[in-house]
Write a protein that binds this ligand. Structure first.
Ligand SMILES: CNc1nc2cc(C(N)=O)ccc2[nH]1
Ligand SMILES: [Zn+2]
Length: 372
């Protein structure tokens, strides 16, 4: 089997769990945070730096790679791993979310989605079959099913119809899934409606998938709404397969996801905010542009032992960001990814020692999150 989940330890206090996902490109200790490598690169990082900071698996975006440089070219290069010189696991999303959020959607039909490229306005079309074909050309270890990520403002009637189409699209993805060296993950939809979420889970887990994601979240709903749906939906998923919460990546959302029973999460935030001078640190988020750091010759994060924090000061990094030097973005990116990767390691360790909730409360107090 391409991807196999082994449960190592379940918390006695909540749904949190620690495990291992084995893939053709190596094992992944979970819970895991996955850096996003949209266009075949985790922005500003080399694969060696990603390994140094502890990245176990990264994401690639099907939509972007299909448009540029094209999945056929990447296939000729020997697949995405070879093309970008990353020999650890890769998960590719299906393109559905980007098509709905990035391009000018022309038409959503049963067949698929017609859209205008956000790059050159050319007419494009992605279907479940096309999405799987692209992902099989990319050669990712985990492929995501082509689904419709519904806007949180949609009516219950629309959400109900959409999840039925997503299930029919999933059947077409399963039928197109010919390369069994790659896993296929189904995606649960249903918006903020628990009865629809239940139906989506019950039907999705009947399909031949090697893991399951919770979609349709982190799209503008409140944190309370996200947590409520997450805590309701996640435990309904099979215990023997990986569970992936799409699009989360701040410490609180990672804690809440793990507490609900999630194993995997991804988010562009740590890399995106880094390019704007924001760092996630053990005392909360700080923006290095703040003048109070002008003559602060201490590390970015006083409790971090990453390359950035061992070798550079806040004053120096603030200078680089102020004069728009690329190294500024690189140093903060390295730290932010190291911070989240190691936070997940500590979360995993706390689950193994059955003290997850105590660790969560300790972190929340220090990071400055208000108590629930
Ligand atoms: C950043 N938030 C986010 N929500 C997502 C939902 C999906 C989905 N397929 O429902 C995919 C990627 C997502 N990213
Ligand atoms: Zn650091």
């Amino acid at each position: 089997m391409a991807v196999k989940y082994t449960l190592e330890k379940k918390s006695s206090e909540c749904e949190a769990r620690a495990g291992v996902i084995s893939t053709p490109h190596g094992d992944i200790k979970t819970p895991v945070f996955m850096p996003v490598g949209t266009k075949a690169t985790v922005k500003t990082m080399t694969p060696e730096e990603l390994k140094d900071l502890g990245a176990q698996i990264i994401l690639g975006n099907t939509y972007h790679l299909f448009l540029r440089p094209g999945d056929e070219l990447i296939k000729k290069a020997g697949g995405l791993h070879k093309f970008m010189n990353w020999d650890r696991p890769i998960l590719t999303d299906s393109g559905g979310f980007q098509v709905f959020s990035l391009s000018n959607i022309n038409k959503i039909t049963e067949e698929g989605v017609e859209f205008k490229s956000h790059i050159d306005g050319s007419s494009q079309f992605i279907s479940p079959e096309k999405s799987i074909s692209i992902q099989q050309n990319l050669g990712s270890d985990i492929m995501m099913a082509f689904d419709e990520c519904v806007d949180p403002s949609a009516t219950k009637e629309y959400v109900a119809q959409s999840l039925e189409m997503t299930l029919r699209w999933l059947d077409r993805c399963v039928a197109s899934h010919t390369n069994k060296n790659q896993a296929l993950f189904g995606i649960v939809q249903g918006g903020l409606f628990k009865d629809l979420r239940k139906r989506s889970v019950e039907e999705t887990i009947k399909r031949d998938c090697q893991g399951f994601a919770i979609g349709g979240l982190s799209v503008g709903e409140t944190k309370e709404e996200m947590i409520d749906i997450l805590r309701f939906t996640t435990p309904l998923l099979p215990e023997d397969k990986p569970r992936y919460n799409m699009g989360v990546g701040t410490p609180d959302y990672l804690f809440e996801s793990v507490e609900a029973g999630i194993d995997m999460a991804d988010c562009v935030l740590p890399t995106r905010i880094a390019r704007n001078g924001a760092a996630m640190t053990s005392e909360g988020q700080l923006n290095i542009r703040n003048s109070k750091f002008k003559e602060d010759f201490t590390p970015l994060d006083h409790e971090c032992d990453c390359y950035t924090c061992k070798n550079y000061t806040r004053a120096y990094i603030r200078h680089l960001v102020n004069v728009n030097e690329i190294l500024g973005a690189r140093l903060i990116t390295y730290h932010n990814l190291y911070f989240l990767t190691h936070l997940m390691d500590e979360i995993r360790q706390s689950i193994i020692e059955d003290r997850f909730l105590a660790f969560k409360n300790e972190f929340y107090n220090k990071y400055g999150y208000t108590k629930e």
